[in-house]
Design a protein around this ligand. Structure first.
Ligand SMILES: [Zn+2]
Ligand SMILES: [Zn+2]
Length: 246
């Protein structure tokens, strides 16, 4: 399977990533990718950029060094009602929202029941701003996959298979495998992302590729496996990209 886009990555603006936006786009161009999403962490993450960083992403051209650059955010889910931390002023400025649970941004001191996390994701399904369900294989935040994954598909939310999980969140891997097997079973569209925090990792999909091969995962469900599939998604679920050349 070939991948034409990498739609989750961080720059120095996140303060625990180490390449500039320009270096990330250049790395994508060198790897032959035609699209990226720059998705620095939402404001609740310690060290994240402030709202003006996201608001002003409009100065970054959508076409840069031959690459379509989506202005994005990895938004934090901040409670079990599925609230996210996109500032109202920035909503219009973002093309692409990856919604993720990071335990540091969630209520502290309780181990959530699977029912609570299931409810959280069902609320996210109702939020039109969210495009991607970020790295959702956490054992701590496990949920009823059989119940929620088909709802993601119906709501146009892409389930993420995240390369960084195989480097930095190894305890997620068994759940990721299960989630991907169920996405195949229920025909849930997915996106394969690097979640790169350094330029050399942009477009590196080695572990994710191996898992998809192992599962004989249907290519037509992988949104970033062809230009046509990506642009069909962008045209349907994002405002700014009705045609491939916008
Ligand atoms: Zn990060
Ligand atoms: Zn994350």
């Amino acid at each position: 399977m070939k991948f034409i886009a990498d739609l989750h990555m961080h720059t120095t603006a996140s303060t625990h990533a180490y390449s500039s936006l320009q270096e990330m786009v250049d790395a994508a161009a060198q790897r032959g990718l035609s699209a990226v999403a720059i998705t620095d962490h939402g404001i609740t993450m310690p060290g994240a950029p402030g709202k003006w960083y996201f608001h002003n992403l409009r100065v970054v051209p959508h076409r840069f060094h031959g690459v379509l650059v989506l202005r994005g955010q990895e938004t934090n889910i901040i409670d079990y009602e599925g609230h996210i931390d996109v500032e109202q002023e920035c909503e219009e400025d973002l093309d692409w929202v990856v919604a993720s649970i990071h335990s540091v941004c969630m209520p502290q001191g309780e181990q959530p029941s699977p029912e609570k996390v299931t409810h959280l994701w069902e609320q996210i399904c109702r939020n039109p701003r969210v495009n991607v369900i970020g790295h959702c294989g956490s054992p701590e935040y496990a949920f009823d996959y059989e119940r929620v994954l088909p709802q993601f598909a119906a709501a146009g939310k892409l389930v993420e298979l995240n390369e960084s999980t195989f480097r930095t969140r190894l305890d997620y891997v068994p759940n990721c495998r299960r989630i991907m097997a169920l996405c195949k079973k229920y025909r849930v569209p997915i996106v394969v992302d690097s979640d790169a925090h350094f330029s050399t990792l942009v477009g590196d999909f080695s572990h994710t590729q191996a898992l998809l091969q192992e599962l004989d995962f249907p290519e037509e469900l992988v949104v970033n496996s062809s230009e046509e599939r990506l642009h069909t998604y962008l045209a349907e679920y994002t405002r700014a990209f009705a045609t491939p050349n916008d």
